[in-house]
Design a protein around this ligand. Sequence first.
Ligand code: PMP
Ligand code: GLN
Length: 380
Amino acid sequence: MQHQSKLPNVGTTIFTVMSALANEHKALNLSQGFPNYPSSQKLNDFVSRAMNNGYNQYAPMAGNLDLRLAISNKYQLLYKSTYHTEKEITVTAGATQAIYTIISAFIRQNDEVIIFKPAYDCYEPSVKVNGGTVIPIQLSAPDYKVEWEDVASKITPKTKMIIINSPHNPSGTIWSKDAMLQLQKITKDTNIIVLSDEVYEHIVFDGEQHQSACLFEDLKQRSFITASFGKTFHNTGWKIGYCCAPEHLMSEFRKVHQFNVFSVHHPSQKGIADYMQDAETYLSLNSFFQQKRDLFLSLISESRFKFKPSQGSYFQVLDYTAITDEYDVDFAKRLTKEFGIASIPLSVFNKKGKDDNVLRFCFAKTDETLVKAAEILCKI
Ligand code: PMP
Ligand code: GLN
């Protein structure tokens, strides 16, 4: 039997490759982004309670109502922004499914989608498999600054969507209010949909504010916001997330969502809804992760790696130009095999051939792991 791949150039994700290599060599795994400490006992208990209380059949297609209410309340509390629980919030199987479903609900053959590179790895294949064309805008280390004239010049009548991500994976940079206003300005009076991937919204450092797309009224009207409880509540394996959008967008989203997943794990949704009644569960994340970032950076300050402190997310990018000029994928693999520490090379998220000689390290780890990691990095 013969078939032609729809994604001929797609291999296994770098996260899977590097985690497998870390396991094989028993290396410290600071590559794939997941915590190595337990998720909250209280949250686990709430999920068990939901199971014992009968939340074991299909959740409503849009998600458990208590959870949609908790999400809606959060947008009021943090951004004074209203999302209607019935029509504008849908619970998904992680942000990944939300992103795929948004793209497949709107992208047709030859539609253009602008993506800023380095870009989280699920955006591009999701566009391509739906027949769209990716228009990449390459940004550079260490600031990953957007040139807005460049973005404006890439917008054509075929531009259907722009995907943004702040706090940004992999660079750990955040978008300013001014950047969001620029985006609002260049999309005004167009039919462009914005997909704002905000999975790290609660992990922003040094007193900065997360600039959610919902804070900008015109932007909000054309935006999907995607979020991930895996990132917020330290349980990436549960794969629960959600998206919010105005009704005219969400109604199209649900036409696809009801057939590609229908609904997601019900007891987890109810447990998370109960847990979110206390806003501290998500408001405390900034300081929790800032302490980890600061510990990690203070311990490697004497190493040969150079860095700008991460502004948000739980990733720190380290520049290794003072050590070697090796291709970053080769260097990341060598560090795993020879030094016992795994990271993620950034070039895999870039346009082909762009290598800034930087690696991404995940600091969502116990302090003990961060101390061990720093000891290794200081010897390189
Ligand atoms: N977007 C970004 C930027 C991510 O880092 C991740 C990984 N958590 C996702 C989306 C996917 O999130 P989830 O694990 O909830 O599918
Ligand atoms: N979001 C995680 C990261 O950036 C990886 C998720 C995955 O493995 N698909 O490391």
